[in-house]
Design a protein around this ligand. Structure first.
Ligand SMILES: Cc1cc2nc3c(=O)[nH]c(=O)nc-3n(C[C@H](O)[C@H](O)[C@H](O)COP(=O)(O)O)c2cc1C
Ligand code: SF4
Length: 518
């Protein structure tokens, strides 16, 4: 049997040297006169182990990682093609604790095979959901998605089924499905990982959304910083079209659905749905006032479903295994699974898909293994640049939309950034205001002007100028931004700022005291 070697071609693994490892393995094979098939799979998401090379053996796959080009010779000497022991030996990939502890529904196939092999996709249950959907009435598909409890994974957590019903109930002849793959939040990479590692699941989810709502055309808006994802998605769409998954007769049914990939304009605010629509129409990425909702008047003025990549990629498993199966995972009103992206100063960074309900402490300490510097964790920012900083005292918060909201936080797109005790929370608060000032689309005053005044006020605080007055001013400003901004960029910037002030007051002491304390 020709040996089979799996080397991830996902951009995360490439950034960690996967291409150099592939080159070294090819050279070693040639030198030893061994014929082997090299498969470029996606990443399984244990990025602390990338580049993670796998070999298919008679007893299943065996993984090695993180592999360096300098390891390759000794790997061959250790008989890695048949699973031989080596210092990089990790054993069966699905037994690696970081992967074994996960509940993979959305990412079930990600990283296992060549992402562009439709046969491999089908062999692991791919297209089952779409096959069921084409045999159903649109309203029944929408009902199933509603009953699953799926909520938008882009940040707002809005029920996906309700959004789809609004579009289904419109009478327009032209409707659109828009996939939001702008993924601008710090610490997030779930969208990228699935687009590069299992692109057909997103295509399948979008086709189901089209059939469910009467939309025949879809667009994926991918941030310009994701060239690999753009390339993989473009190829996958072409393959799906040739195979009849997309086109005028989806899987041979009377339903038509096709889609195109669009590259984003490079602004954080273009991830906000109405700004994204403007950008997609070739206009400047400025937020539109709501109403009208995009579901009524969206892309080119037509009813439009806008969903995040993970929301859409979670639909196939719901349509395959049923609403009750999906809903069975999770807690409270947060149903199903959530791909948590663990990053920052953390030992075991990567993507961890699990049912809602793990506590923040379990995620940071047990799954993430604490900080990579070995110092104590001081703060964890959950939900990207607009998310709150949680101190260790709040580590018992379960990962759940409502539980985080209760503690003035948010889950957002489920990215978490870990900071050790050297972090200066005043600097982090300033950074949040500065980020808002830079990324503001400029449409409303609280955000456009408020964020700049916020930076100036925090600078005065840092310099020890009238600390009490300036602290009160920042608090007042945050209140104005929170309640007066048109969208969540200005509206949520107060979360990182106020959580820093509330949970880490020692970092906001006047400058001389701060210097003395250091
Ligand atoms: C400033 C800002 C940036 C956003 N960026 C993203 C993004 O990158 N990806 C995303 O899916 N949603 C983003 N959102 C949320 C979207 O506006 C929208 O809620 C989401 O695309 C809806 O899809 P969902 O219901 O599937 O989550 C952003 C919102 C704001 C205010
Ligand atoms: S809050 Fe900021 S980004 Fe949002 S509409 Fe207002 S100015 Fe634009």
């Amino acid at each position: 049997m020709t040996p089979r070697i799996y080397i991830p071609g996902d951009s995360g693994a490439l950034a960690l040297g996967a291409e150099k490892v592939a080159k070294a393995i090819r050279a070693e094979l040639a030198e030893r006169g061994i014929e082997a098939k090299i498969v470029r799979n996606g990443s399984r998401g244990a990025y602390f182990l990338e580049p993670m090379v796998e070999v298919a053996t008679a007893n299943g796959r065996v993984a090695y990682g993180p592999v360096k080009p300098s390891d390759v010779k000794s790997l061959f000497d250790s008989g890695f093609l048949t699973g031989g022991h080596h210092k990089r030996w990790l054993g069966a990939p699905d037994k690696i604790p970081f992967l074994a502890k996960q509940t993979r529904l959305t990412f079930a196939r990600c990283g296992i095979n060549d992402p562009l092999s439709l046969d491999a996709y089908k062999s692991l249950g791919g297209l089952n959901g779409l096959r069921n959907a084409v045999a159903m009435a649109p309203a029944d598909i929408v009902k199933q998605v509603t009953e699953s409890g799926l909520r938008g994974r882009g940040g707002a957590g809005f029920p996906t089924g309700i959004k789809w019903k609004t579009v289904l109930d419109t009478t327009s002849e032209r409707k659109y499905i828009v996939c939001n793959a702008d993924e601008g939040d710090s610490a997030t990479f779930a969208d990228r990982m699935i687009m590069e590692g299992d692109p057909f699941v997103l295509i399948e989810g979008m086709a189901i959304a089209g059939i469910a709502t009467g939309a025949t055309k879809g667009f994926v808006y991918i941030r310009s910083e994701y060239p690999h994802a753009v390339a993989v998605m473009n190829k996958a769409v072409e393959i799906a079209r040739k195979a009849g998954v997309l086109g005028v007769t989806v899987l041979g049914s009377p339903n038509a659905f096709d889609m195109e990939i669009r590259v984003g304009a490079g602004a954080y605010v273009c991830g906000e749905e109405t700004s994204l629509l403007n950008s997609l129409e070739g206009k400047r990425g400025v937020v539109r006032a709501k109403p009208p909702l995009p579901a009524i008047q969206g892309l080119f003025g037509k009813p439009t479903v806008i969903n995040n990549v993970i929301s859409l990629a979670s639909v196939p498993v719901i349509m395959d295994k049923g609403a009750a199966f999906y809903k069975d995972f999770g807690m409270g009103r947060s149903r199903g699974t959530i791909p948590i992206q663990i990053a920052g100063n953390v030992k075991q960074g990567g993507l961890f898909e699990t049912a809602f309900g793990l506590t923040l402490g379990e995620i940071v300490d047990e799954i993430g293994g604490g900080t990579s510097t070995g110092r104590p964790v001081k703060a964890v920012q959950v939900g990207g640049p607009l998310g709150a900083y949680f101190p260790r005292a709040l580590f018992d918060t379960p990962f759940d939309y409502e539980e985080f909201a209760k503690r003035d936080g948010l889950i957002g797109h489920a990215g978490i950034t870990v900071f050790d005790d050297t972090a200066d929370m005043l600097k982090q608060a300033r950074f949040a205001m500065e980020f808002c000032a830079i990324e503001s689309c400029g449409k409303c005053t609280p955000c456009r002007i408020g964020s700049t005044r916020g930076v100036e006020t925090i600078d005065r605080l840092a310099a020890g100028i009238e600390p009490e007055k300036n602290l009160a001013l920042v608090t007042d400003l945050c209140n104005t931004m929170k309640f007066g901004s048109l969208c969540a960029l200005g509206g949520f910037t107060p979360y990182p700022v106020m959580s820093s002030i509330t949970h880490f007051p020692e970092d906001f002491k006047p400058a001389p005291a701060r210097v003395a304390a250091e």
